[in-house]
Design a protein around this ligand. Structure first.
Ligand SMILES: C[S@@+](CC[C@H](N)C(=O)[O-])C[C@H]1O[C@@H](n2cnc3c(N)ncnc32)[C@H](O)[C@@H]1O
Length: 242
């Protein structure tokens, strides 16, 4: 664990995409296992933070297998609209297969750092466990803010480090040890599951992430730590125009 936070993921985009393609079939099972089933509650907290209403439009960035996008789609209902984007075709294929019943939800291959949508097109943007994979965290927030209308919100659900340093170090050490073992047993992908704890190395703290959101132009930034601080939900607002 370093004290200097990094500003983006140093791993090349094609390598990240290939890694997620390779773990896509086991991703949901691994997620439930590694979070002891807590991820469902974390996603609900993220949806709550969007302030979305029936009929609204939202975008879920780095949607993976679509779990958060589906919850957002349920919140806005069949007269709303949710666009969900990801770079991994393997992850998108699972999402399309699992959520074909939600007519308001559309999946598309696209880069979080160059979203193929107009300025202010959505009422809210979400990203769950995706930010730490991006080459530039601030650029990721800036791009989400760009496609959200003034007054709308950007929500980020991400792994974090508990505030109490000894606990944070123990938690990080355990994650580093357990993730590749679980990856080898369940997903038969030990190396891919070494990437996950590594992507948390020098990842900004919850406070530092809030600073990054402000630097990206978001206002009224707040965050909530969940489950002893191993996860945090951040929410920022796109400023109203003068
Ligand atoms: C840990 S998964 C999270 C998936 C999902 N949001 C969830 O909550 O389970 C991270 C996802 O980010 C995607 N991703 C990584 N870099 C990306 C980029 N630059 N643009 C879009 N998606 C990206 C990966 O393909 C992967 O599906």
């Amino acid at each position: 664990m370093s004290d200097e936070p990094k500003s983006g993921n140093p791993v090349a985009e094609p390598d990240v995409t290939e890694m997620f393609d390779s773990i896509a079939p086991a991703y949901d099972r691994m997620n439930s296992l590694m979070t002891l089933g807590r991820d469902a509650g974390w996603r609900r907290a993220a949806v709550e933070a969007t302030e979305l209403r029936t009929g609204d439009a939202a975008i879920d960035v780095a949607c993976g297998t679509g779990k958060l996008a589906a919850l957002v789609a349920e919140r806005v209902g069949p007269f709303g609209r949710v666009e969900a984007v990801d770079l991994s075709r393997g992850m998108l294929a699972r999402a399309i297969r699992d959520y074909r019943d939600l007519v308001q939800l559309h999946f598309r291959e696209a880069n979080a750092l160059a979203l193929p949508y107009a300025d202010g097109e959505f009422d809210a943007a979400t990203i769950a466990f995706g930010l730490r994979n991006l080459a530039d965290y601030e650029a990721g927030f800036r791009e989400m803010a760009r496609v959200v209308r003034p007054g709308g919100v950007v929500v980020c659900l991400e792994l974090s480090l508990p505030r109490w340093r000894p606990y944070a170090r123990a938690y990080h050490g355990l994650f580093r040890l357990a993730a590749p073992i679980a990856g080898a047993l369940v997903a038969r992908r030990r190396s891919a599951y070494r990437y996950l704890p590594e992507s948390l190395d020098a990842f900004p703290s919850a406070e530092q992430l809030a600073t990054t959101m402000r630097a990206a132009g978001l206002t009224d930034v707040r965050f909530r730590r969940l489950t002893t601080g191993v996860v945090a939900v951040h929410r920022g607002r796109v400023p109203e125009r003068d």
